[in-house]
Design a protein. Sequence first.
Length: 150
Amino acid sequence: MAIKRNPSLQEYSKDHHQALLLCWKIQVGFSKGIAAERIKAYSDWFYENHILEHFQLEEKYMFPVLGNENKLVIQALEEHKILLALFTDTTQIETSLKQIQTLLKSHIRFEEQILFNEIQNAATPEELEKIAQFHSDKKYKDNLNDVFWR
């Protein structure tokens, strides 16, 4: 059954869709024998242009709805920390990319299926307004400089 997402959280869910596509692109890249450095260049671009801001918005506007002591928020923050370390790792690039692909996918599923539901159920109308207000709905623009996944 499809989850009814509050309109205030829909842009965050769109971000998640793009991040799932990143996971798919990493997987396809490795299945085609693409050099890890090429995949990393795209992954770095995605991290700098999408992941960082997305994590910051969640942490600043969404997670406080439940509070930092909430076990779901603690899990999300811990996963953010691990993912940030993987995205910025420059020593074991292939291993880190493969871990990003796995962990980012499960992290998104967790947020979409569990955490976001809790947040939208607990949030006041004012909190939902603030969550929506700080996420721009600018159209996603991909980096097509090296479309290794095609």
